[in-house]
Design a protein. Sequence first.
Length: 762
Amino acid sequence: MTIATNLGFPRMGRNRELKRAVEGFWAGTVDETAMLETAAAIRKDNWLLQRRLGLNHIPSNDSSLYDQVLDMTAMVGAIPRRYGHEGGIVSLDTYFAMARGTTADGEQDGVPPMEMKKWFDTNYHYLVPEFERNQTFTMFSTKPIDEFLEAKALGIHTRPVLLGPTTYLMLGKMADEPDGDPLALLENLLPAYEDILKRLTEAGADWVQIDEPVLSIDLDDKQRAALGRGIARLAAAGSKLRLIVATYFGDLRDNMKVALALPVSGLHLDLVRGPGELDSVIAKLPEEMSLSLGVVDGRNVWRTDLAPAIRVVSHTVNALGSERVMVGPSCSLLHTPVDLDNERDLDNEMKSWLAFAKQKVEEVATIVAAVDPARETPTQALAANAKAMKSRLSSARIHRAGVAERLAAITPEMLHRASPFPERRKAQAKVIRLPAFPTTTIGSFPQTAEIRKMRAGHARGEVSDRRYQQFLKNEIASAIKFQEKLGLDVLVHGEPERNDMVEYFAERLEGYVSTANGWVQSYGTRMVKPPIIFGDIHRPKPITVTWTKYAQSLTKRPVKGMLTGPVTMLQWSFVRDDQPRSETCRQLALAVRDEVSDLEKAGTRIIQIDEPAMREGLPLRQEDWPDYLAWAVECFRLASSGVADATQVHTHMCYAAYDEIIEAISDLDADVISMESSRSGMDKLRAFEDHPYANDIGPGVYDIHSPRVASTEEIRERLERSLDVLSREQLWVNPDCGLKTRRWDEIEESLKHMVAAAKSMR
Ligand code: GLN
Ligand code: ZN
């Protein structure tokens, strides 16, 4: 019998109940018991749902109060010393202290949280394990066993999920030893895993899923050997258990050999990201191994085209026999929203194209039913699916007349400014009069409670359009006055009209749809609701021109137009899967290009196109980088190159790790770039020693993520340090990022100091 399976289900509940419970617990309004009951109720719902929908292998230990990597840290007892854990089961206080840090309280000093990092190439963030040299590990949490038993009590036999030892260690870092290799701790770590597996066996588990997604990234021989050794030890420990190793987010490539040599009972592959390897895996699969086919996209919101998925599964069943085949999503469904039935505002046609976690589980069950002669053929579901696929292929909502033609008409000239930077700089200096070390900000000003209240009231229809517009105008006017008073050189309108830098534009572009409940976890209790690009992108009318023009009408100083770049729009959305991402990105770039051109026509002399997500779009495998960077850079240039020499294009990126993409950053050919630098004490600017940067640049001189006010001396000192690698002529003075998360009184002080520092440099 072919097995229908899942690798993990979203954990927050249909209506984000867990978010509310956990945040209430932190705030002291929900007690511990109530919070834990909410978590248990969600687990129960998820298990029952997956069983009802027809899954045979249902995951457990995929739930979490904060993060699954943090759960593993508790399980293997890798609690950093600063949390003062003295052994035994990790308390909730300690668990959340690791996640969020603690603030000073009387005698007690505050403790910083663990570092957060992106989970592979997703928008999920995990807490980075911290290890010490020679550290040992002990089982300090029995969560996987507790949840297995909890499900068992409900009559549901689950397949516990554990993050594999090699991936776990590779996600971590050696504290105080930047070059130390956590994999050196593998031997010490394995006993903790062996204990867990032993306990799971005693509890009655048979299959256990071990996630080793590092099989999808570049590994060296040592790392591959560690992975093989680690899994072999686990396999030996639980002789009664059947282990299935899961890899996802990519194909195996040069890791195929080690994957196929693992002494386990099953291997899960991501056939959405890596469809090309199936036949070579089938050919080499050891007798005792089952193959789990990840044919339903766990990273996106589209309905699976069932016919080809069924063909892949049948083909595998023919080759291996139905006993050795499992069917599931490509990865855990953590990265998709919970349930499409929660969307009341989407029309039926749109819904027929979409699938959230629950619908994806249904698809898995449908595929298995279609190939398994013992089950009833799901005729209706298959017919509905075929119809939806056909409408997606031909719908005029998706394929908008004129867009493909415009794309085909992109010429090489459209990707270049008319003149090289030195000439543009001269042309710009004539119309934009700026002192040396010009000062500016990154775009947004504080999003106060009042702004959010007005926006929500307007969205509910309680605040009229007129009143809302007038309110925004007043906000802009006071932002302009504020900046003039401080003596900033290039002003911004402050972005009070934007809820979010992507959503605001998505709501005003055709080809995009927003959901009411399409939340996915970003980190801890933080959820994001990425808009969905379902069709060809078209900008029906100018988006930002009115606000920018209004702001400019209030001042003689130049006001910067403020746009979100095409790569960031793409990266922070759910993206259509019926054409290459590069093509969708080009469509976005043309829309931004139109907006840039309209801003220029309206008299805007400086236009900033933000690309904070450029770097995070990098593929997992280094050999795939050049292709991505080529089209990402091309899209930025397509968006930005349509203006006259005298119009100044800015871009902004808010991360310090630019060394890896520094050449691509140069290739953007923006006249001015602002980027984060202050958190690394400007050290990251060293990257420009080896790769001299010709255009203007504003390394952020103070960290906006902290309420701390930087002094004039500190800022001045950072500027001096920048001059080690950059010239006076190219240096701008600005904060690290937008100011929307700060308070007005905080930014007033900091910006005052920033302006004073720039003046003293002059
Ligand atoms: N212009 C945006 C702002 O200031 C940029 C945000 C970002 O870089 N993430 O808020
Ligand atoms: Zn930023």
